[in-house]
Design a protein around this ligand. Structure first.
Ligand SMILES: O=P(O)(O)OC[C@@H](O)[C@@H](O)c1c[nH]c2ccccc12
Length: 265
């Protein structure tokens, strides 16, 4: 059992936010990560900006573009993890990147450097399970979880995908791309219950979750709930205040209120 598995099994550890590193700046990202730690995030997905985020909807695509305009690289994100851990940051950080940057960096080098930088795991959303064997083998050798994703169409592949899962299993609630949703299919809970029953590690559900009601609905069927676009959208709304030394505290207070609404019991 990795520290991540154990942590997500604890009932009060169920909120996993996603934010894009470097949006609106790397320094502000550090402030937001500290805020999310303060608000009791069970883990945090930290996105690496990429030019072709095919699984992302418009909100995260725009965040990726803004971070790329700031020149943010995978190396910057690793360094950010290292700096935070040097100051005692303790919330598990999940490195979240598409496969192309991983390939360029080198699979083994990335797993080793991400672990050395204090990351708790890695999610590569565009790496199909069947093609993830080399990366998972390196992850297992380094005791560094490569977290798998399952979707409602995974069906009979669910058992195979979760069989050797490490860290947690990311259950994608809906087909399509990331982005806030009003409605979810009626059979999402059955899908989540099926994955949870088959999984040796905790499960998290993401895609479209943007309100406290969504969190309450899905918390009963997964060990954790991921919120990305709704939070990334709030960060974008506060962008100019976050970048103004005289207004950043006001903006962070607004983000804190939003996170507390999501986590409202
Ligand atoms: O943005 P949403 O709808 O709240 O979904 C979480 C999502 O942002 C995060 O987990 C994520 C960001 N990019 C992804 C790409 C694929 C799967 C998941 C993701």
């Amino acid at each position: 059992m990795t520290a991540l598995d154990v942590r997500l099994r604890q009932a009060e550890q169920y909120f996993i936010p996603f934010i894009m590193a470097g949006d609106p700046s790397l320094e502000v990202t550090k402030r937001i990560l500290r805020l999310l730690q303060e608000e009791g995030a069970a883990a945090i997905e930290l996105g690496v900006p990429f030019s072709d985020p095919m699984a992302d909807g418009p909100v995260i695509q725009a965040a990726s573009e803004r971070a790329l305009e700031n020149g943010v690289t995978l190396q910057d994100v690793l360094r950010l993890g290292e700096e935070l851990h040097a100051e005692g940051f303790h919330t598990p950080l999940i490195l979240f990147t598409y496969f192309n940057p991983v390939l360029h960096y080198g699979l083994e080098a990335l797993v080793e450097d991400a672990k050395a930088s204090g990351f708790a795991g890695l999610i590569v959303p565009d790496l199909p399970h069947e093609e993830s064997v080399p990366l998972r083998r390196i992850g297992n050798r380094c005791a560094f979880p490569i977290i798998p994703l399952v979707t409602p169409t995974s069906k009979e592949r669910i058992k195979q995908i979760v069989a050797d899962a490490k860290g947690f299993v990311y259950c994608v609630s809906s087909l399509g791309t990331t982005g806030m949703r009003q409605y979810f299919a009626d059979d999402v809970e059955a899908f989540l219950d099926t994955v949870r029953a088959a999984s040796p590690v905790p499960t998290a559900v993401g895609f479209g979750i943007s309100t406290g009601a969504h969190v309450r609905r899905f918390r009963r069927h997964a060990d954790a709930v991921v919120v990305g676009s709704a939070l990334v959208g709030k960060i974008e709304e506060c962008r100019s205040d976050l970048l103004d030394p005289n207004r950043i505290d006001h903006a962070l207070a607004s983000l804190t209120r939003f996170v507390r609404q999501l986590k409202s019991e």
